[in-house]
Design a protein around this ligand. Sequence first.
Ligand code: ATP
Ligand code: ZN
Length: 210
Amino acid sequence: MIRLAIQKSGRLSEDSLNLIRECGISFLSSSYKLKTEATNFPLEILFLRDDDIPGYVQDGVADLGIVGQNVLVEAGFPDLEVEKLGFSKCRLSLAILRSEGYNSVADLQGKNIATSYPQILGRYLAGEGVQANLHTISGSVEIAPSIGLADAICDIVSSGSTLLGNGLREVETVFRSEAVLIANQNLSAEKQELLEQLQFRMQSVRRARR
Ligand code: ATP
Ligand code: ZN
């Protein structure tokens, strides 16, 4: 039996469940349950908050997980990635108030930047030779500039309409992300074999979708 952690409810949930089903794996899911067993594959599915998934897979509480690269890299475990899944594509971008001028990332030198991704942003800024004050906040990052909490933000952007609604404009892409399959690095031989079967099926599903 191999144990896979997926997001309980959020932007990854539906596509994760669909992918497992398209792999020919059947299971009952109810919104109350925190785990379920597949009926035709030795798989147990755990439903967790996405932020908890990288740590649980690193520690072996779960063998496998499906999570966004943004959360995986921020958690500090990029090496757990074994397969790109092609959904939940998004980007982390820097944005500033529309009323502010902007020439280059050097303009952020010494500024206050609000983000939920201090690790990813810190590495990006260091690579650009920019020193800024990062303020880690866990939600509603977009309102920080308009209430005077920060000069800029770094957050997930998909449509741009949330930025627009908060008087912001995107100025730099910091990181591109998609959902990935992750795996514990010390799987038993049996679990490694099950992982390979799953990866094979996931690759077939993706080829069939194209
Ligand atoms: P949880 O309650 O599990 O902590 P959450 O609120 O942190 O959930 P979601 O908003 O459900 O997270 O997003 C989950 C993941 O989906 C993100 O980490 C990111 O990888 C991806 N994602 C977020 N926003 C978008 C978007 N607009 N388009 C596509 N993918 C996105
Ligand atoms: Zn989360």
